[in-house]
Design a protein around this ligand. Structure first.
Ligand code: ZN
Length: 429
């Protein structure tokens, strides 16, 4: 458990879009590197490109370039001041995903349709002298820079996988946009053009022979596109926690895969208002047994920070320290089962402060630290609590997880976290 004591205060480059409840970000230097006994710790590959900022939806759209701009400014400041050791971050440029790589999960006709739409927008921009955007699919807009941004977003995790395979990086963080997990084989959807993490899963198998891929998705939304692409595949296990019912509507616990893939899709639909008291035992007592049974060759994490309590598009109650803990569980899983091989791929996160602080905190965790970058604090106390034991027991039985490794539960409350009275439970079926 991280100690959240303040030891230094970085310049806060986050936008002043709202009054922060606490005065200053609270940070803590990373712990000493070297979790592995042999040799110095390999760095974390950080894959980013300013071209991600050239994907321009309409001005008031929630998925905006500033999400990554501010996240990178905060990360740069933390590295500059030494809170994140510079030698533990390997900055890499993404490459363009090829049509063949995209076609491992997308219809070629769709890939070409995106290219044509972007070309058309670029032509219109040239005629008008202005930068415009157009709707490609439901809640997906493209601008002249969108094809390059989307191809780089899909290529970024592949660069991370290569760096890990070549022994240049221990793990990787692809800080990309547009996000990907809603993108379906034949269409974009929900801010997503190409399914970046799904392309990465196929690449891990085809290029590096890491056949068994575990995809963990803690974005507040169900990754319907990722689920669809691997629904009948026993070699790609998709584990998703998400608010339910919520956009995009899928992700019921009864969606468990099909054919040879039956059981390889594990959906954890959670009621609005779920926080650490629900997520932590789910990860300890459902995800850990899933990983123990599957024993993945590589883990990919769809990291969306829109389950943060300050996010405008979700109604969950996770805090930045919670995202640190959940990410550290996944890091520990990768250490146990696949020699640390983990690629984190950015999905959602629409409060600019929470997005930047969670991204920074996840990078700290990947580099072996346990520091938290957070000035947003805790959500207000809940009126009631969920019966997470019932949720866990139902999943345990549904997925036959008895007998596999799980971790003991933490105390119900975090230090410093406000908790409701235990005498006021709310039963959920
Ligand atoms: Zn989301």
């Amino acid at each position: 458990m991280a100690d959240h004591a303040s030891s230094s205060t970085p310049n806060d480059p986050a936008p002043q879009q709202e009054a922060a409840p606490d005065a200053q970000p609270v940070t803590q230097p990373s712990a000493a590197p070297g979790a592995r006994p042999a040799g110095p710790r390999l760095p974390t590959a950080l894959i980013y490109d300013v071209a991600f900022l050239d994907h321009l939806p309409p001005p008031d759209f929630p998925e905006q370039p500033e999400r990554l701009r501010f996240a990178m400014e905060m990360i740069d400041a933390l590295i500059r001041e030494g809170t994140i050791p510079a030698e533990l971050v390997l900055r890499l440029a993404p490459r363009l995903a090829t049509e063949l790589e995209l076609a491992s999960v997308h219809d070629v006709s769709y890939i070409r349709r995106v290219a044509r739409a972007v070309e058309k927008q670029a032509d219109e921009d040239a005629m008008s002298g202005e930068t415009g955007s157009r709707e490609l699919a439901h809640e997906v807009y493209i601008s002249a820079g969108s094809m390059r941004a989307a191809l780089l977003a899909a290529g970024a995790p592949l660069v991370g996988l290569d760096a890990i395979a070549e022994g240049r990086a221990r793990n990787a963080y692809a800080l990309v946009r547009p996000p990907g997990h809603h993108a379906r084989p034949h269409t974009g959807m929900g801010f997503c053009i190409f399914n970046n993490i799904a392309v990465a899963a196929r690449y891990a198998q085809n290029r590096h022979g890491w056949r068994k891929v575990l995809i963990v998705d803690y974005d507040v939304h169900h990754g319907n596109g990722t689920e669809e692409m691997f629904y009948d595949d026993p070699d790609v296990v998709y584990f998703s926690t998400h608010q339910y019912p919520w956009y995009p509507g899928s992700g019921a616990s009864g969606e468990r895969g099909a054919g040879p893939g039956l059981g390889a899709t594990i959906n954890v639909p959670l009621p609005a208002g779920s926080g650490w008291s629900v997520y932590d035992p789910i990860f300890r007592q459902v995800l850990w047994p899933v990983a123990d049974r599957f024993k993945p060759d590589v883990i990919l994490l769809s990291a969306g920070f829109d389950a943060h309590w300050r996010d405008p598009l979700g109604e969950m109650r996770l805090t930045t320290p919670d995202f640190s803990d959940l990410t550290m569980e996944v890091i520990e899983m990768a250490d146990r089962y696949c020699d640390g091989r983990l690629v984190v791929v950015q999905e959602g996160g629409y409060n600019l402060n929470a997005m930047a602080q969670c991204a920074s905190t996840v990078l700290v965790a990947l580099t072996g630290g346990d520091g938290i970058v957070d000035n947003l604090g805790q959500p207000p106390p809940m009126e009631s609590r969920w019966n997470e034991e019932a949720i866990i027991q139902a999943l345990y039985e549904l997925h036959g997880l008895a007998g596999y490794r799980r971790k003991a539960r933490q105390p119900w409350t975090r230090p410093g976290a406000a908790a409701p009275k235990a005498s006021e439970p709310t039963e959920r079926s």
